[in-house]
Design a protein around this ligand. Structure first.
Ligand code: PGA
Length: 241
């Protein structure tokens, strides 16, 4: 793992955007794995600025998002479809047909999960996967568990995650309790991984990911086995290393 220590959120976002930008410049038809949550928002702003300054072209880029809530329509303002449009896709020239986000609002979830895996494979695989990390060590919505769940699947969100995500909803009762998430194998098959973590709420998870034993109880610890992981951490998130 390559650990890049930075002072603050802004520096983390700029460094991360530069890594994604160089990926796109070197391979204009890159397949990006994208994440939602508060962590990557600053990085998306930087990428939008680079696009506006004509430094980046997304016209041949394909994207695959990590996860989506179960049972929310794409138009729901809490869905990750909505989040991605609001924070990135509406402001860059990525083609609609090249955007992929699991559909959490289908009758046949199993078929949706299988199809998501198939489309990732057919596209040639993810070149670089952006990850945040949950305070409980989750990546995507792969929650602490007794096994690593391999492929895209339906997840029961843990109480920790429901509470953490309730900040975006008007009440905790509105937070979906299930989601579709890429699995650990899906994530590990990405050629490169870029994980961002900021704030003291992530310090224990960052410690477990980098220094802890590899265990499904800290899902991010599996990243120790990937050969091309870059972690960008701010002072608070790295305070326990
Ligand atoms: P956050 O979530 O970016 O909103 O902190 C990260 C995660 O839960 O993976």
């Amino acid at each position: 793992m390559r650990i890049i220590a930075v002072d603050n959120y802004e520096e983390m976002s700029i460094k991360a955007a530069k890594i994604i930008a160089s990926q796109i410049i070197l391979k204009p038809d890159s397949i990006l794995g994208l994440a939602t949550g508060s962590t990557p928002v600053g990085m998306y702003k930087e990428l939008i600025n680079m696009y506006k300054n004509r430094e980046l072209d997304f016209s041949n880029v394909k994207t695959f998002n990590l996860d989506e809530y179960y049972g929310l329509s794409e138009e729901n303002d809490q869905s990750y479809h909505y989040f991605m449009r609001k924070n990135l896709f509406n402001y860059i020239n990525v083609k609609e047909k090249n955007i992929h986000i699991p559909n959490g609002n289908v009758a046949d979830i199993e078929a949706e999960c299988e199809n998501y895996e198939k489309v990732i494979k057919e596209s040639g695989g993810i070149d670089i996967q952006v990850l945040g990390i949950g305070g409980n060590g989750h990546i995507g919505f792969n929650e602490p568990d007794i096994n690593f769940e391999a492929s895209t699947h339906l997840v029961n969100l843990t109480q920790d995650t429901i509470e953490a995500n309730s900040r975006f909803f008007s009440s905790i009762e509105e937070v979906p309790t299930k989601a579709i998430s890429m699995g650990i194998k899906t994530i590990m098959q990405s050629k490169k991984i870029l994980l961002l973590a900021n704030g003291e709420g992530k310090a224990d998870a960052v410690y477990g990911m980098i220094k802890g034993k590899i265990s499904p109880e800290v899902p991010a610890s599996i990243l120790q086995l990937h050969n091309d992981v870059t972690v960008i951490v701010d002072k608070e998130a790295s305070s326990k290393l």
